[in-house]
Write a protein that binds this ligand. Sequence first.
Ligand SMILES: [Zn+2]
Length: 89
Amino acid sequence: MLFALITTLIIIWIVMWLFYKFMYPKPPTHYYPQEGDVLTPRQCDFCGHDLEEYRGVLESKPQGDGEWFFCNYEHQADFHAGKTYQSPH
Ligand SMILES: [Zn+2]
């Protein structure tokens, strides 16, 4: 009886472990800074949010004078669409 209980517990543990391994293999490597990533904080040209450069989107200005920086492609698109940032708060 006790043996059956222990066996069941071990099976459950193995299943849980497999489930965990399968569901959460690894955090995406993109999440952590990679070698060569630029960690300089920059300010989004659309919403003004500070973000490390490697997490955002860089775009060269057409005239070649510097570059724009955005949190994500959405802010980049909104910026070029001439929208004004609406704070969610
Ligand atoms: Zn932004």
